[in-house]
Design a protein around this ligand. Structure first.
Ligand code: PMV
Length: 327
C-alpha cells in the first residue's frame, strides 16, 4: 500500500482569511484507455499546468455548508443538493470519512482551469482539491490513498463504471502503470518526453462513450476481447519505451494504440483530422486520449518541434493547446 501523508503536498496558497485551500492537477491517459475498464493495463500521467482549486472560508453562522463553483454556474447549500450531485457527494463522503458529525458553517469555493468533458480529468481534479481542502479545514490529515479512494466513489457518479485510473493519477500526481483492482505501479522515467494535448473543442462525456463500448463488447465479445488484448500488448511495450526513453518506439506505439481505438469505434472525424495534421507537422506519434469521440488528441513531439506542431494544430482548428512533459 502506497501511503504518503497528503499534508506534504498541500499547496500553501490559502488567502489569509481562508481556512484552507488545495489544488489538484489534470491528467492524460497515455495508453490503454477503454481496455483498462476490462482489466487490461493502462498508462497515465499528471498534467500540472492545469489545476482545480478548492478554498474553504468561514460562512455565516448557522447557515451550514455552502459550495460555489462559478465556472459551473453552481451555488448550493449542501443540505439541499441532490444525492447524485458530484460536488455534494464529495463533501458528504469526506465528512463521513473524517467522522465530522456537526455540520460546519463553511463556504467552499471551487475553480478550475481544466476543460470539462475533454479527457483531462476535470471531475477527478475538482473532487481531489475539494477533499484535500475539507480535510485541511477540519485539521485532519488524509493519505493520498484515502483521497484516491474517496475520489473513486465520486467518479462513479461521473463515469458509471470507472476503472480507477483518473483518481489514482490525480490524487498521487504521478505517472502510473495501472490495472483495475491492483496496487498502482508508479514509474520512474529517465528522459521526460514532451506531449502536445490538443483540444478538439468537442465535449464528450466519458460515461456515454464507455457505455457505447460496453454495448459493442456485448454484441461482439470475441472481436472486442481481441482488441483489448492487442491494446494490452501495446501498453506493455509502451511502459518499457517510456521508462527507457525510447521516443521513436513510443511514437509508433501511440499510432498503433490509436488504430485499435479507432477499431473500437471511439475516434471521430475531428480527431482523425487533427491527428493527420500533427503527424504531417512532424509529431512522432499521435492518438486520442481518454474516452474519445471528441476530447483531446495527444501528440508526442521531439524537442524543438513543439511550436511547429502546435501552430499546425491551432491552424487546423484545435481549440486549446497544452504542452506538457511526462516526468
Ligand atoms: O476520463 P477520461 O475521459 O479520460 O476516460 C478515462 C479512461 C477510460 O478508460 C475511457 C474510462 C476509465 O474509467 O478508465
Amino acid at each position: 500500500m502506497v501511503s504518503v501523508n497528503v499534508s506534504a503536498m498541500k499547496e500553501t496558497n490559502a488567502p489569509r482569511s481562508a481556512l484552507a485551500s488545495a489544488n489538484a492537477c489534470g491528467k492524460i491517459v497515455l495508453f490503454g484507455e477503454h481496455a483498462v475498464v476490462y482489466g487490461r493495463p493502462a498508462l497515465a500521467a499528471p498534467v500540472k499546468v492545469v489545476q482545480a482549486t478548492a478554498t474553504v472560508d468561514r460562512g455565516q453562522m448557522g447557515q451550514g455548508l455552502w459550495f460555489e463553483a462559478a465556472g459551473l454556474g453552481k451555488r448550493s447549500k449542501l443540505m439541499d443538493a441532490p444525492a447524485d450531485d458530484p460536488l455534494a457527494a464529495a463533501v458528504r463522503l469526506t465528512m463521513s470519512h473524517l467522522n465530522l458529525t456537526a455540520m460546519p458553517d463553511w463556504l467552499v469555493t471551487i475553480s478550475s482551469t481544466i476543460p470539462i468533458a475533454s479527457g483531462l480529468g476535470s471531475g477527478a481534479a475538482v473532487s481531489t482539491a475539494l477533499i484535500r481542502a475539507l480535510a485541511e479545514a477540519a485539521g485532519r490529515d488524509v493519505t493520498l490513498a484515502e483521497v484516491s479512494a474517496l475520489v473513486f466513489e465520486v467518479e462513479k457518479l461521473y463515469h458509471g463504471t470507472p476503472s480507477g485510473i483518473d483518481n489514482t493519477v490525480v490524487a498521487f500526481e504521478r505517472t502510473v502503470y495501472f490495472i483495475k483492482g491492483q496496487e498502482p505501479q508508479f514509474l520512474t522515467i529517465e528522459r521526460s518526453p514532451t506531449f502536445i494535448v490538443a483540444d478538439t473543442g468537442v465535449a464528450s462525456l466519458t460515461k456515454i462513450v464507455v457505455d457505447e463500448v460496453r454495448r459493442g463488447w456485448l454484441r461482439e465479445p470475441d472481436r472486442y476481447k481481441w482488441l483489448f488484448d492487442r491494446i494490452a500488448q501495446v501498453v506493455t511495450a509502451a511502459r518499457a519505451a517510456l521508462v527507457q526513453g525510447d521516443e521513436g518506439g513510443l511514437g509508433s506505439l501511440m499510432n498503433e494504440n490509436h488504430e485499435l481505438l479507432h477499431q473500437l469505434g471511439v475516434s471521430s472525424g475531428v480527431l482523425e483530422r487533427l491527428r493527420n495534421v500533427a503527424l504531417a507537422a512532424g509529431a512522432r506519434g499521435a492518438k486520442l486520449s481518454g474516452a474519445g469521440k471528441g476530447g483531446n488528441l495527444l501528440a508526442l513531439v521531439a524537442s524543438g518541434d513543439e511550436e511547429r506542431v502546435a501552430v499546425a494544430l491551432r491552424a487546423a482548428g484545435a481549440k486549446n493547446i497544452i504542452v506538457t512533459q511526462v516526468a
